[in-house]
Design a protein. Structure first.
Length: 208
């Protein structure tokens, strides 16, 4: 009998604390016009494909970005152990602010990228949004596999993870995942499902 396996993952609640999370939300909620449609990676480079990914994004996180990078970097040894991952040498932490409004989604994909002697190895997603929440949907669907199903007779098992304000979800970057469609009746940018994608890059073995 095949056994369902789900990639290792952790959810940390109250990650930045109420005050910082509130300040971050206030800062982001007023800058919708500064965010651009999100791109996806393709063999020919980045491209806009709203059928695959529909959201707004920005790389500008001002002072919040550096604070988040430092905090995640300090936690990597503990997170690595929690996920059962081998030791690695940190190269850098990459951040991307994302806003999913009405109809926003991101079809199933992995986050692995390799360039310049480094590669993504760990993904962390920080969630924050207005409360009470003004959207529904937007769960992260984490895909697994069947141990003992070499023929692929069963559809991949999966787990839905509901975003929680001021929480951090962590999983290996090789894990297939998907952002389910968001329903935001007001259509207001401030009511979006906000998140910060945090990608941990390791130095590749030949560079160590």
């Amino acid at each position: 009998m095949p056994v369902a396996e789900i990639p290792p993952h952790r959810v940390l609640h109250n990650f930045l604390g109420a005050e910082i999370a509130r300040d971050l939300l206030d800062a982001v909620s007023s800058r919708g016009s500064a965010m651009k449609p999100s791109n996806v990676l393709a063999p020919t480079g980045e491209q806009y494909n709203p059928e695959h990914r529909d959201s707004l994004s920005s790389r500008d996180l001002a002072e919040f970005g550096e604070a988040l990078k430092v905090r995640i970097a300090k936690m990597i040894p503990a997170l690595r152990r929690d996920l059962g991952m081998s030791d690695f040498l940190l190269d850098h932490v990459e951040l991307e602010l994302a806003a999913h409004g009405h109809g926003g989604h991101f079809h199933d994909h992995v986050d692995t990228v390799h360039e310049k002697g480094a590669g993504r190895i760990m993904t962390a997603v920080y969630y924050f949004f207005a409360e009470p929440r003004r959207f529904s949907g937007g769960e992260l669907r984490l895909y697994g596999w069947w141990r003992g199903d070499a023929e692929g007779a069963h559809p991949p098992p999966h787990l839905y993870i509901t975003p929680q304000h001021d929480s951090l979800l962590i999983f290996p970057s090789w894990a297939y995942h998907e952002v389910m469609p968001v329903n935001c009746p007001s259509g207001d940018f401030a009511d979006s499902r906000f998140s910060i994608n945090c990608w941990v890059w390791r130095k590749l073995p030949e560079q160590m």
